[in-house]
Design a protein around this ligand. Sequence first.
Ligand code: 5GP
Length: 213
Amino acid sequence: MSIIRPVMGQLVVLSSPSGAGKTTLSKMLAKQNSNFVISISHTTRKPRPDEVDGKDYYFIDKKNFENLVKEKSFFEYASIFDNYYGTQKETVIKNLSNGKDVLLDIDWQGTQQLKKKIKNLKLVTIFILPPSIDILKQRLINRNQDGKKLADKRMKKFSEEISHWKEYDYVVVNDNIDSCYNLIISIINSEKNGIKFVYNDKEIKNTINKLIS
Ligand code: 5GP
C-alpha cells in the first residue's frame, strides 16, 4: 500500500508599516482561499477592544514569552513597539506538511530570521506599502484604537520599516484594497507554480521615492 503525502504548502510573509492594510489583506486571503491558514502569533501586547485571544493573537505575559524563547519554540520573534511578537514553529510546520498555505503577518526582523532558517520550504515575501504618507496618517488616526501617542510612535517608525523593502521578493502598493488583493493572489499562485511573477514596478518605485523623500 502506498501512502500519498500532500505537497508541502506555500509559506507567505506579508509585511508592511502599520496602517498599510496588511491585516485586512491577510483576512481577505484566508476568507477567499480555503487553503490558506493565518498563523496566529504570540504577543506580550495587551489586546485591543475588538481582539480575541487565540484568534487574533495568543496574548501572553513576558515571562511566558521568554520561556517559549528558551524552549526554542519560535520560528522567529521580535521586539516591536516595546512588546514581543513571535511565530510558533510547530503549528506552521504542521500546516505546511498538511499541504496548507500559511500566511505570516510579521515584521522585517522576523522575515530576516525566517529567510536565514528556511530550508526545503517554499517561501515568498511580500512588502505592502501605503500609497502616501498622508493616507497612512489618516488610516492610523481613524484606527485610533491605540491612542494618539502610539499612532505618533508608529508614524515615527515608518521610515525605519520602509527602508527594508528591498529585502522582500515583491513590493505592492495598497491604494485600492481589491486590486492589491488581486495582485497578491496572482503573485502567490505564480510562486506556487514555481514561476516568478513579473509586473510593472514603475508605479511602486515612484511611490517608494515619494514615501522616502
Ligand atoms: P500590531 O500590534 O499592530 O498587531 O502588530 C505590530 C507589528 O507586529 C506588525 O507589523 C505585525 O506584522 C508584527 N507582528 C505580528 N506578529 C508578529 C510575529 O509573530 N513576529 C514578528 N516578527 N512580527 C509580528
